[in-house]
Design a protein around this ligand. Structure first.
Ligand code: G3P
Ligand code: CA
Length: 269
């Protein structure tokens, strides 16, 4: 049976649906996480930002232009930053038509709505604070929403949640506020710097183009803040050859827009 594993010591990587199953449904919408759930994927990834009036919403870009009809609806409000629109305004945008007419009417979820949907779907989450430098205090605010939606109890923290960011400061803040939460730093620090990151980050989550078997081994040689082996989830791998390559390095997770393709490549099913 096909297997990407090059060493018996490599566990199959966890497959994480990037922004939901975003090759098949509009990213960061209910449709995208529902699609991942329908395809049998327990783990999804998202991006969290803040509106003008302080609501946390699920959006990758720091403008609403690419993934909603904001330009059409508000032609005079370029560059359509998330931070320049109220939650009420954003709630009426169409976040699905750009992807396909069958997704018309998909909305930009608030973080609260999104967490409830992930719960409903019995899914787990790699949660990303996107551009946290634009949103002072977003870490404490995000954690408060997670607490209110039941995501900071022992079971969720232990089994179902990773919080990551490209901002080391943001990851440090999360680790300081809630040391029990598993964290990830997005980037590829020099090997010599990895021990510093391992003080506050359980994962080093690097783009697949920047890693090698040696780099993965250097990560695995260290322990994270919870005294467990430091991990690596790599992104964004959207084809079988790429998935087999990084699985061969022994990565712990693969973040992908095409989770079905990756699953087949690494496990043959
Ligand atoms: O989860 C990793 C990945 O999402 C980081 O890049 O730009 O897609 O948020 P980006
Ligand atoms: Ca992301």
């Amino acid at each position: 049976r096909p297997s990407a594993q090059t060493s018996a010591s490599h566990k199959r990587p966890l497959v994480v649906a990037h922004r939901g199953a975003s090759a098949y449904a509009p990213e960061n919408t209910f449709a995208a996480i529902d699609k991942a759930a329908d395809m049998g994927f327990r783990w999804v990834e998202n991006d969290v930002q803040r509106t003008k009036d302080g609501e946390l919403v699920i959006m990758h870009d720091d403008t609403l232009k690419r993934t909603t009809d904001v330009e059409e609806r508000y032609p005079d409000r370029a560059p359509w930053k998330v931070a320049d629109f109220t939650a009420k305004e954003i709630a009426t945008l169409d976040a699905g038509s750009w992807f396909g007419p069958e997704y018309a009417g998909q909305r930009v979820p608030t973080l609260k709505q999104y967490m409830n949907r992930v719960s409903r779907n019995h899914q787990s989450l790699v949660f990303e604070f996107k551009k946290p430098e634009l949103y002072p205090g977003i870490e404490a605010q995000g954690l408060a929403v997670l607490r209110k939606t039941g995501w900071l109890d022992r079971h969720h923290v232990k089994n179902k949640l990773v919080i990551q960011s490209f901002s080391a400061d943001s990851v440090k803040t999360v680790h300081k506020l809630r040391p029990d939460i598993k964290t990830g730093f997005l980037g590829t620090p020099a090997v010599a710097d990895l021990p510093e990151y391992a003080k506050f980050s359980d994962q080093i989550n690097s783009t697949h183009t920047s890693i090698s078997g040696e780099y993965v081994a250097a990560i695995h040689a260290l322990k994270g803040p919870h005294r467990k082996r430091l991990e690596i989830f790599t992104w964004t791998v959207n084809n079988a050859a790429g998935a087999q390559r990084v699985a061969g390095f022994g990565v712990d997770g693969i973040i992908t827009n095409t989770p079905d393709v990756v699953r087949k490549a690494v496990s043959g099913r």
